[in-house]
Write a protein that binds this ligand. Structure first.
Ligand SMILES: [Zn+2]
Length: 296
């Protein structure tokens, strides 16, 4: 099951407070496919969402929408009959002939009712991308004014939704994982919030491990390349004037480097007696490279 479907299943099982029942039905109706005098309908892949729409609308208005299941497994919910639609519309303060459909705030008595309304809206037109891939929660709305109203309503709760207009619809969306968690929590999907958090922790750990591995291998590459340049220089000295001609300290470092090409400068320094700092080792190796260069 997709993460989106899982969230919707959880939202369907949230018990609304009596004051919120109507707001939840309102969200589902307004953000369904159509909400007008000629058609009131909603389309969904999920049985629980279809039943939720039927039961909420029925409880809030006394009119029970019909459910049809298509061969492709999609449920279509419709309020049949002009009189029935008129009753549903007027229940929420609409005539059904509005040119631009807006959110009628009179149906959202309290803050809890606004959350229930968002839950209904999400059930009708929301989706979430798998958090394994990316963080993206979206309400896809076909009417631009309704889209703006939804963005404003959500923004009032302190979240910062973004919106985008596309050729055939408009979307209110979030990309920030913490905002997605907050919104899901407000709508009542607490288990999904926990799951999102644990996926995020897993991804963070994995990224940190990857970053560390990359960092270490980059370091190893650097150490290895530097060691190659140093041993080349030392070999060229050995093959021309000979290592015996070098001052004692330089000769010992040169020999140590030839014997241990894989060691870091700090490790080489520890092997000297008396031990030598990393920068002293570095200075002497640089000196050896200079001698090699000058004799070419
Ligand atoms: Zn309420």
């Amino acid at each position: 099951m997709s993460f989106s479907s899982q969230i919707k299943e959880e939202l369907c099982s949230v018990e609304s407070k009596p004051c919120c029942l109507k707001a939840e039905a309102f969200g589902m109706l307004l953000f369904g496919r159509e909400f007008s005098a000629s058609r009131i309908s909603m389309l969904t892949d999920l049985e629980c969402v279809a039943e939720k729409y039927r039961d909420s609308v029925s409880a809030a208005t006394g009119i029970t929408p019909s459910i049809k299941l298509s061969g492709s497994g999609k449920y279509t919910l419709s309020v049949e009959g002009a009189q029935q639609r008129k009753k549903v519309l007027s229940e929420f303060g609409y005539s059904g002939n509005e040119v631009a459909l807006r959110i009628n705030r009179a149906n959202l008595a309290d803050e809890c009712c606004s959350s229930a309304f968002l839950r209904g809206a999400f059930l009708s037109c929301g989706c979430v991308t798998s958090p394994q891939r990316e963080y993206h929660l979206e309400f896809t709305v076909s009417r631009i004014k309704l889209c703006r109203d939804l963005q404003t309503l959500i923004a009032e709760s302190g979240l910062m939704p973004k919106s985008v207009s596309r050729s055939n619809n408009c979307a209110v969306y979030f990309k920030d994982s913490e905002e997605i968690e907050d919104l899901l929590g407000a709508m009542g999907a607490n288990n999904s919030v926990l799951e999102l958090m644990s996926i995020k922790i897993y991804k963070d750990v994995r990224n940190t491990v990857n970053r560390k591995t990359n960092f270490e291998s980059a370091n190893l590459d650097r150490t290895f390349n530097a060691a190659m340049v140093q041993t080349d220089a030392i070999m060229s000295i050995a093959n021309t004037r000979g290592l015996d001609t070098l001052p004692e300290q330089l000769r010992r470092i040169a020999q140590l480097r030839l014997d241990n090409p894989e060691l870091s400068l700090t490790e080489l320094g520890r092997m000297m007696s008396p031990p030598m700092s990393r920068s002293s080792v570095n200075r002497r190796l640089a000196k050896l490279e200079e001698i090699a260069k000058n004799q070419r």
